[in-house]
Design a protein around this ligand. Structure first.
Ligand SMILES: NC(=O)c1ccc[n+]([C@@H]2O[C@H](COP(=O)([O-])OP(=O)(O)OC[C@H]3O[C@@H](n4cnc5c(N)ncnc54)[C@H](OP(=O)(O)O)[C@@H]3O)[C@@H](O)[C@H]2O)c1
Length: 295
């Protein structure tokens, strides 16, 4: 008789987390999810990610930041998966508080309650864009995870289709801004494809796994594709990198929160982001689906 393994999914209402819940259920796991708003997972997400309320075996309602004790969260759990990250910028809590400290609380509970493996989602190209607050927080957590004594896997995905969906929303307005000349390349990846990689990571050595999608585009090509998908002529206003770098430096002096937000848009487009290709879902089809979805 095979024993059904139990997994805890933290971040289950997010873009990737929903696909991960779905993937583990399809593979026959018992899935406990932690969410702070159960209503959110009753309907599909804005980029087509699945509703998972009715397929989860157990739903724990908790805001990790506000819950005094997480005792019992990992009780009986074999594998913890976390894609918890800061969803909306907040003047009170930053990436360090959410992406590092909140995940560390989950890790602490996993150690105390003796789970066998912890799968964490960080980001790709962490060494190139290490100065982003988000990446700094991710890497602090990864260091703690490696030192925790638990068996671990760190998934390092390229940009998600959900992020490309934001380009699509901008294209719908008929106009986009671009930092730099848009010639850097990336291979974005669909949440369902990454979820397979995450579920495959339950076994084996402690390791990092880098993953991207099947097609490589420049940033400019992605923007143009988004315009074409919604039937608009591309209209892109380009800001030279030196100008944006200068504004970014200046903003740091009077609004550190805004500067942190800007840093992602500024730093990310300076490098190619091409990671090992995986999956069979194509960005062109994703944009076509967004174009016919109800607004
Ligand atoms: N987006 C990309 O292109 C990309 C690329 C590479 C790597 N990554 C990494 O992949 C991971 C997942 O990304 P994603 O786009 O799936 O994230 P997401 O959609 O923003 O989901 C984040 C999840 O964390 C939850 N969360 C945040 N604070 C919480 C708290 N205090 N208590 C309980 N839950 C909390 C959110 O809950 P609510 O729904 O209630 O807010 C949500 O379920 C992140 O670590 C991200 O850095 C992302």
């Amino acid at each position: 008789m095979t024993i059904m393994k139990k997994v805890l999914v933290v971040g289950a209402s997010g873009y990737l987390g929903r696909y991960v819940v779905n993937e583990f259920k399809e593979r026959g796991y018992y899935v406990r999810v932690l969410v702070r708003n159960p209503e959110k997972i009753k309907t599909p997400g804005p980029y087509g990610e699945p509703a998972v309320y009715s397929i989860a075996d157990e739903i724990i309602l908790s805001d990790v930041a506000c819950t005094e004790s997480l005792d019992g969260l990992c009780e009986g759990i074999d594998i913890v998966f976390s894609s918890l990250e800061m969803t909306s910028p907040d003047s009170k809590r930053n990436n360090y508080d959410v992406d590092y400290l909140d995940n560390r609380r989950i890790l602490h509970q996993a150690v105390v309650e003796k789970v066998s493996r912890f799968i964490y989602v960080s980001a790709f190209n962490e060494d190139k864009v290490h100065d982003l607050p988000l990446n700094r927080a991710h890497e602090l957590f990864v260091a703690d995870l490696k030192a925790s004594g638990l068996s671990w896997a760190v998934i390092r995905p390229n940009g998600y289709f959900s992020d490309m969906g934001r380009y699509f929303s901008m294209a719908r307005t008929g106009h986009m801004f671009m930092v730099g000349n848009g010639d850097k390349k990336m291979n974005p990846v669909h949440g369902a494809d990454i979820a397979k990689v995450c579920a495959d990571a339950v076994n084996g050595d402690c390791r990092k796994i880098t993953v991207g999608g099947p097609d490589i585009y420049t940033f400019r090509e992605i923007m143009e594709m988004a315009f074409h998908a919604c039937g608009k002529t591309p209209w892109i206003t380009q800001f030279p990198m030196w100008l944006v770098d200068g504004i970014h430096m200046a903003v740091r002096f009077f609004n550190s929160n805004l500067a942190e937000l800007m840093s992602f848009a500024v730093e990310d487009v300076k490098f190619d982001h091409v990671s090992p290709a995986y999956g069979n879902r194509h960005l062109k089809n994703f944009f076509a689906e967004l174009a016919i979805a109800p607004k």
